[in-house]
Design a protein around this ligand. Structure first.
Ligand code: PMP
Length: 379
């Protein structure tokens, strides 16, 4: 209400606003020196779309006009607009639009080790990085604009954190071939894993461009953003001091969105909620891991308040159910008071409770879930 009485909307292609600038200062400040600039959007999809286009314009500014290609990963979700949908690989959402997806997106395997591969994760990471390097070569490394990945995959694979060795390896490949590294932290970022950015909990390897959304304004208003390291802005300014990113949306940097995000971020800071995410995350993980021996639980994985549980019909043979059971689990949980989220590429659900959750609530959540799985065991 206070923001609406001050100013709700200033068209950011022409004007700026105190609230948008204050939020940008907080976001840059919270990045530990990684990021220097912020561009706002409204949804996660718009942020991803902006990041993709920004990478392209950066290379044009550098005189590297040939870089039009992107490497992203199978089983990723980056949003529903055409560029983001083409970069991702959520089959169900792509299917009706197959004929009109954008060219220039090349998919490699996502980070999602099997039980066997977890046992030799070094070899697994080596294989994935080799596959990505091969992809650079088959495209032509001088044509790759950026690699786009989620450090912790969310909606599709269900909370699979990449290892620091994998993220550092992807960073090395991008540096070696002159491509930018884009992290999509729309789901896993802004505190969800216990640090402001997920990569800060996964070895500290920063990207060049990063998207954030969801938790940024905590759902009180729609707001997303693209964060960039200094060289993006510098090189674009060197190219043409008066030029700016050729992109924009009417409602970017909307005053209400920025005011909501400022309030949410201040609340997180003042109430030490990242600490709570880490503490409650340890409890959530340890309680969920008690289900490791459940006959239909294939795997529990996650970090912070972001955990996935994957189901199998036959654990020994590692055989999935013919018809995924996650929608049934979700319905049964909901009927008794627990909301869990469906994963789309695997038969899994994910837990992503609010940052203010307490130990009692975490215990209740896992008890409800365990009860529902008890019914499933009698299938
Ligand atoms: N990227 C990721 C990683 C996401 O999880 C999502 C939404 N689930 C998006 C992008 C798209 O965000 P939105 O739905 O706000 O467009």
């Amino acid at each position: 209400m206070k923001q609406m009485r001050t100013i709700s909307f200033a068209h950011m292609l022409t004007y700026t606003s105190d609230v948008a600038e204050s939020l940008a200062e907080v976001l840059v400040g919270d990045s530990g020196g990684a990021f220097s600039h912020v561009m706002y959007a409204t949804s996660g999809s718009e942020a991803v779309e902006s990041a993709i286009k920004l990478a392209r314009q950066y290379h044009i500014s550098k005189g590297d006009e040939g870089r039009t290609e992107y490497i992203s990963r199978f089983e990723a979700y980056h949003g529903n607009t055409l560029g983001a949908l083409s970069a991702g690989y959520m089959k169900s959402r792509r299917k009706p639009f197959e004929g009109m997806l954008c060219p220039g997106y090349h998919h490699v395997s996502a980070y999602s080790p099997s039980e066997q591969e977890v046992l030799d994760v070094t070899e697994y990471v080596h294989r994935l990085l080799q596959e990505m390097e091969n992809m650079f070569h088959s495209i032509g490394p001088e044509r790759v604009a950026a690699v786009l990945i989620e450090p912790v995959s969310g909606a599709t694979l269900g909370c699979v954190p990449a290892t620091s060795a994998y993220l550092a390896g992807v960073r090395r490949l991008c540096n070696k071939y002159g491509a930018l590294l884009i992290y999509d932290e729309v789901m896993c970022g802004m505190g969800r894993v216990g640090t402001t950015h997920a990569w800060q909990s996964l070895g500290g390897c920063a990207p060049d461009i990063q998207t954030i959304g969801k938790g940024l304004a905590g759902g009180y208003q729609p707001l997303s953003a693209v964060l960039t390291v200094p060289k993006i802005h510098q090189i674009m300014r060197d190219f043409d001091a008066g030029a700016s990113f050729v992109h924009g949306h009417t409602y970017q940097g909307h005053g209400l969105g920025c005011a909501a995000a400022l309030a949410v971020q201040a609340f997180i800071r003042d109430h030490h909620l990242l600490e709570n995410v880490r503490t409650q995350g340890v409890l959530l993980g340890s309680l969920l891991h008690r289900l490791d021996s459940h006959p239909h639980v294939a795997n529990v994985r996650g970090i912070g308040l972001f955990f996935g549980v994957q189901f199998v019909e036959d654990k020994i043979a590692n055989r999935p159910f013919d018809h995924p059971i996650n929608t049934r689990v979700i319905k049964e949980c909901f009927d008794v008071g627990l909301a869990v989220y469906p994963c789309s590429s695997v038969d899994a659900i994910l837990f992503a409770p609010p940052f203010i959750v307490n130990s009692e609530e975490i215990t209740t959540m896992v008890n409800i879930f365990t009860g529902v799985l008890g019914n499933i065991a009698q299938l």
